[in-house]
Write a protein that binds this ligand. Structure first.
Ligand code: MG
Length: 158
């Protein structure tokens, strides 16, 4: 039996911050603002994984006002979410992620991102779908003021 969960995240972009996606640093003049590393891909995917398990959301498990989680890398949240799933006899079998930003081009970084996700999720590269889109110049994302991500995770119950 399978279940699915969805996740979404957005962070404002500012100069002087590192742009991190799935723990991979993407060369760019701006990066996300936030208490954490602002890894929108991981935050959206973590919420998708938790959603598939009906396990709440990233903010309830990893509040950024808790020193334990402040500044924690996004991949750590995914690792923790997978452990919570395992406790309920579930595991992630497939993920599909969309990252939306005007710049930079993300596709050249997909191999590195895919392999980072494969490692933390315990999946093969073929089980990880990545997409990059722009916002066609519209809204904050389109003006280059923010980066957003959508994710869906499918889990199997064993
Ligand atoms: Mg976030």
């Amino acid at each position: 039996m399978n279940r699915s969960g969805i996740g979404y995240d957005l962070h404002r972009l500012a100069e002087g911050r590192k742009l991190i996606l799935a723990g991979i640093e993407i060369p760019f003049e701006k990066g996300p603002v936030g208490h954490s590393d602002g890894d929108v891909l991981c935050h959206a995917l973590c919420d998708a994984i938790l959603g598939a398990g009906a396990l709440g959301d990233i903010g309830s498990h990893f509040p950024d006002n808790d020193p334990k989680w402040r500044g924690a890398p996004g991949l750590l949240f995914i690792e923790q979410a997978c452990k919570m799933l395992a406790n309920r006899k579930m595991r992630v079998v497939h993920v599909d992620v969309i990252v939306i930003c005007e710049r930079p081009k993300l596709n050249p970084h997909f191999p590195a991102i895919r392999s980072a996700l494969a490692k933390v999720l315990g999946l093969g590269a073929d089980d990880i779908s990545l997409k990059a889109k722009t916002n066609e110049g519209v809204d904050a994302v389109g003006r280059g003021e923010a980066v957003a991500a959508h994710a869906i995770a499918t889990v199997s119950i064993h």
